[in-house]
Design a protein around this ligand. Structure first.
Ligand SMILES: [Zn+2]
Length: 141
């Protein structure tokens, strides 16, 4: 069979994303969308998005307030519920946000520094960033 099809190849593996698909995902990730968001939006497995966009990263959190990350943006970026994020703050796993115009925010640089050192793992099933993947999987899946 390979002898017959060889002149027409090479063939992409069925699971291998096409370059234009990857380009679209990278564009969204550069715009600050999380891998989980991209996976959900395009209806593709998260692992595929992560694997094929990784080399184009690192990608940063999208910001609505210039230079600051709000609690909801942080939760969205980490693909975790806001109450989970608040628990991380209470337990001092995350630095406490500052109050700025009535909103709780981190400076962008502080948030990205924290994220770089947080040693979070990404759940391959739902894209949530988690401190303990085994416990997360047991609790959420
Ligand atoms: Zn999960």
């Amino acid at each position: 069979m390979s002898r017959l099809t060889k002149p027409y190849g090479p063939f992409a593996r069925p699971s291998a994303p096409q370059p234009d698909a990857i380009a679209a995902w990278v564009k969204d990730r550069r715009a600050g969308r999380s891998a989980a968001w991209v996976a959900k939006y395009y209806g593709v497995p998260l692992q595929r998005v992560s694997d094929s966009t990784r080399e184009f990263g690192p990608f940063r959190v999208r910001l609505k307030i210039n230079g600051f990350v709000t609690v909801s943006e942080a939760a969205d970026h980490l693909a975790i519920p806001v109450p989970t994020l608040c628990r991380w703050i209470t337990r001092e796993y995350m630095p406490a946000p500052q109050r700025r115009n009535g909103r709780r925010v981190w400076a962008e640089s502080a948030f990205n520094d924290w994220l770089a050192n947080a040693e979070l793992e990404t759940c391959p099933q739902c894209g949530a960033m988690t401190r303990d993947r085994v416990r997360h999987t047991a609790a959420s899946h």
